[in-house]
Ligand binder design. Sequence first.
Ligand SMILES: [Zn+2]
Length: 129
Amino acid sequence: MPQPPKSNRELIWTVDRNFQGWTCSQCEWNSPLPTLLNDPEAKTAFDRLAAAKFRDHKCADHLSRLAPAPADSFTARIKNMVAHGFKPKDAVELFLQEAALEFRNQPQMLAQAKSEAEDFLRRLRAGLI
Ligand SMILES: [Zn+2]
């Protein structure tokens, strides 16, 4: 598989144990979500700011990304379904049904899945994705 050109960098929503926020697909640039940011409008403002900072950053000024962003994040799963032709709302609904089965004994993961799905729809409505 040929490597995509460097200009194909992507703004990626990343959630793991130590980090929650936006990252660049090509370098270590990131914009962590401030803790205690729960208000949807404040989150959208944060997303817009992160998108603007992302456009302005130069990958060359940051370390190269060593590991690719995890492809199995919840947001990536929803995006993947949309890429395969699902309407975003249907993709989110289907994803939540899958998550409810997958994490029926893991309430924390289920809550995380729901919150990422809500964020996905909120960003879509705000025209951010
Ligand atoms: Zn970058």
